[in-house]
Design a protein around this ligand. Structure first.
Ligand code: PXG
Length: 285
């Protein structure tokens, strides 16, 4: 099936949705992106995704040539054009085509691209039984090198860690920061339950502030669960009662084993189950 893609100012058939080989998004990973999801025809937290996209762009001095409202409409139009009510949206803004050489000032026409597709979900079994993950040797990039808060087209740091996970037979891998603290997984944020407390690393651990993470923190608060941002090390994960990951693609997914250590009882726990249920209710609200 041929998809319809939004490119800059209009919807075009997939075959016509092309970028230049001189685009710095391709040449240098110079650009930003977002991954969004729609449920029952409504994009979950569209405004927050757009705010993060524009913040990422601002951080790299990339001026998105369209107003937020125009991009919001493009997201909805692209979903509609592809007749998707439950779908995945990839929003990409590249630096645009330029001369060979890093200089972003020698580029023009940033490309604003919206792709809508069906979402490739993890198998159901992963949600029922929980994931087994490992800690990658690849550290999360230091903020002083490249802020993990920028969702840039340069994802090699995460891809290197993802490769380590896959080589160990795991679909996700944990990344530590340069201090050895828990940061996040390659495309998901991490939470643990210790006693009655829900804990997740703070933004300064070097993480992308996930929109699903924020939603789960709000749901925990609404459910009367004591949720805190706290620096965590691997020991905190190994000795936790429960662990789960959050992300647009994964939603809320339990983790039952890390580096060969069973987490809690080795099965998805009750707080994970409660927040999963609340999250599903929230996205369909
Ligand atoms: N950390 C990183 C490094 C991410 O890339 C998250 C956390 C979770 O953030 P959200 O806002 O989604 O709760 C992400 C998000 C994909 C894909 O296609 C990746 C993400 C989101 C959607 C799709 O691999 N990463």
């Amino acid at each position: 099936m041929s998809r319809i893609v939004f490119m800059n100012d209009r919807l075009v058939p997939e075959a016509e949705a092309r970028v230049s080989v001189f685009d710095h998004g391709l040449l240098y990973g110079d650009g930003v992106f977002e991954g969004l999801r729609s449920y029952s025809g409504r994009v979950f937290r569209l405004d927050e995704h757009l705010d993060r996209l524009y913040a990422s762009a601002r951080a790299i001095c990339l001026e998105i040539p369209l107003a937020k409202e125009v991009v919001a409409k493009a997201v909805n139009d692209t979903l509609a054009a592809n007749k998707l009510s439950d779908g995945y949206v990839r929003l990409v803004v590249t630096r645009g085509a330029g001369s060979l050489g890093l200089d972003p000032n020698r580029t023009k026409n940033p490309q604003v691209i919206v792709i809508a597709d069906t979402i490739a979900l993890y198998p159901r079994e992963h949600y029922e039984k929980g994931l087994r993950i490992i800690t990658a040797a690849t550290q999360r990039t230091q903020s002083a090198a490249l802020s993990p808060r920028i969702k840039s087209l340069n994802y090699l740091n995460n891809i290197m860690a993802k490769l380590e996970g896959l080589q160990a037979g795991c679909v996700e891998a944990l990344m530590l920061n340069h201090k050895g603290e828990v940061a996040e997984c390659t495309g998901d944020n991490i939470f643990v339950v210790r006693g009655t407390k829900l804990l997740t690393p703070p933004p300064d651990a070097g993480i992308l502030e996930g929109i699903t993470r924020n939603a789960v923190i709000e749901l925990a608060q609404a459910a009367g669960i004591d949720c805190r941002e706290q620096t965590l090390v691997r020991h905190d994960l190994y000795t936790a009662d429960e662990c789960f990951l959050t992300g647009t693609a994964a939603e809320v997914i339990p983790v039952v084993e890390i580096d060969g250590r069973k987490i809690g009882a080795g099965v998805p726990g009750p707080i994970t189950a409660r927040l999963t249920k609340d999250f599903h209710a929230l996205v369909r609200q």
